[in-house]
Design a protein around this ligand. Structure first.
Ligand SMILES: [Zn+2]
Length: 414
């Protein structure tokens, strides 16, 4: 029996942390569900969404029809475009402050507020506390992003409870987009279970307190998902637009740049210029940790997505992955200053999380050698190699200026 397998089309393997399956031809579940994008009747699916939201219009006395979680990047503009312009809803926009904010992220968020003219609620958890939790999650399970993921997924639901707004609208479902965990037609919705198992790596806020010597209950309550009783009595549900629209992040971002002046930038570790431009660390330190733990990094996600959209050949995608994934991490000094951690301590912690399946320590050379997924990727000669070039627009220069640092709170500027 084969215990390890690559998809015959995209670059994912049976080692994908979200779980993946293969059909008898060797096509992965992610690619199979992606094919639905070209088969489903999207007009019909759009009408299902229009019908669904009809029930929520004007339901809340404060005149908010729904909640839309946003950030200064990702799919925020597109979600807002659909919710306000296409569905005619009046959302309460909510944003969890991740504190690793870039100038572009601050611009994008303030510009979003102005262009869509909506009320926006920010959650600024005490920055000292955030550092404390980040230090803990870094040491315990090698994550600098746990508080951000926990905050971004808890705050909208807490707000839904507080304002009694039963509908939350998200963009795409990551488990569906990457590994085809569900079909579009399942119309999967937000759950406490998925959040814990996949967004939060199986660690809830309360688990963090149990393993920690430094954190108490009062430190983590902002990261708690609301009680099931509250959620059920208000009838809160979170839907994903990706179930009702043919989701294409590249095309969507390019449209948002034209329509609303969304800003994008080049990164050192991937070719996609649209994702996570609001954060100094996501495409850098966070991405390096992904490579340490899982043997692949974000560039493999981007390349696999572009193969599926037939904008990139498999060979060109493999080359892109190899060109980017071992590139240096930028802005690490900012993170070390922010957390108060020295090179050696950080290296020591990070090395604990290198998966020995993908990393070998070479005593002679006194360094770690990468034996991750891209070193095993094979190219089938018979496959079509016409799409070798892919173009992503970058509107800004993300390179570190001397005076640049994390913007804890930013109002935006023009
Ligand atoms: Zn695949």
């Amino acid at each position: 029996m084969k215990d390890f397998q690559f998809c015959r089309q995209c670059l994912y393997s049976s080692d994908h942390p979200l779980g993946i399956t293969f059909d008898e031809t060797g096509l992965c579940s992610g690619c199979i569900v992606h094919e639905e994008k070209d088969k489903l009747d999207w007009e019909h699916r759009w009408n299902l969404l229009v019908d669904l939201v009809k029930d929520y219009k004007g339901k809340n006395k404060k005149n908010y029809d729904c909640i839309v979680p946003v950030s200064g990047s990702q799919d925020s503009y597109y979600i807002m475009h659909i919710v306000t312009e296409k569905l005619g809803l009046n959302p309460l926009v909510v944003a969890y402050n991740k504190y690793f904010n870039t100038r572009i992220g601050i611009h994008n968020l303030s510009n979003l507020r102005i262009k869509f003219n909506c009320d926006i609620l920010f959650q600024n958890v005490n920055p000292f506390l955030v550092k404390k939790i980040t230090r803990q999650s870094l040491i315990d399970f090698g994550s600098i992003y746990w508080p951000i993921l926990a905050g971004h997924t808890a705050f909208p639901v807490q707000t839904a409870v507080r304002f009694k707004i039963p509908l939350i609208i998200w963009g795409a479902h990551q488990g569906m987009e990457q590994v085809g965990m569900f079909s579009h037609e399942h119309e999967v919705e937000m759950t406490r279970r998925y959040r814990k198992d996949h967004d939060l790596m199986g660690i809830e806020a309360d688990d963090l307190v149990q393993v920690s010597n430094f954190l108490n209950e009062e430190d983590i309550w902002q990261y708690r998902y609301p009680d099931s009783f509250d959620i059920e009595s208000i009838g809160i549900r979170g839907i994903y637009l990706g179930n009702y629209l043919r989701w294409d992040p590249k095309a969507q971002h390019e449209k948002m740049i034209k329509l609303y002046n969304y800003r994008s930038t080049k990164f050192n570790r991937t070719f996609d210029t649209y994702d996570y431009v609001d954060c100094y660390n996501y495409m850098n330190l966070h991405d390096l940790i992904k490579l340490y733990k899982h043997g692949f990094s974000k560039v493999t996600d981007h390349a696999s997505r572009e193969i599926r959209f037939k904008r990139l050949s498999r060979l060109a995608a493999i080359n892109l992955v190899k060109n980017y994934e071992l590139n240096p991490v930028e802005h690490l000094n900012l993170f070390q200053t922010w957390l108060g951690i020295k090179d050696k301590s950080l290296d020591f912690i990070l090395n604990q999380f290198r998966n020995k399946k993908y990393w070998d320590f070479n005593d002679d050379q006194d360094k770690w050698l990468f034996s991750g997924l891209s070193t095993k990727m094979l190219h089938n000669e018979s496959q079509n190699d016409s799409n070798t070039h892919i173009s992503f627009t970058s509107t800004d220069d993300f390179s570190l200026k001397k005076q640049d640092k994390y913007i804890t709170f930013g109002k935006g500027w023009y």
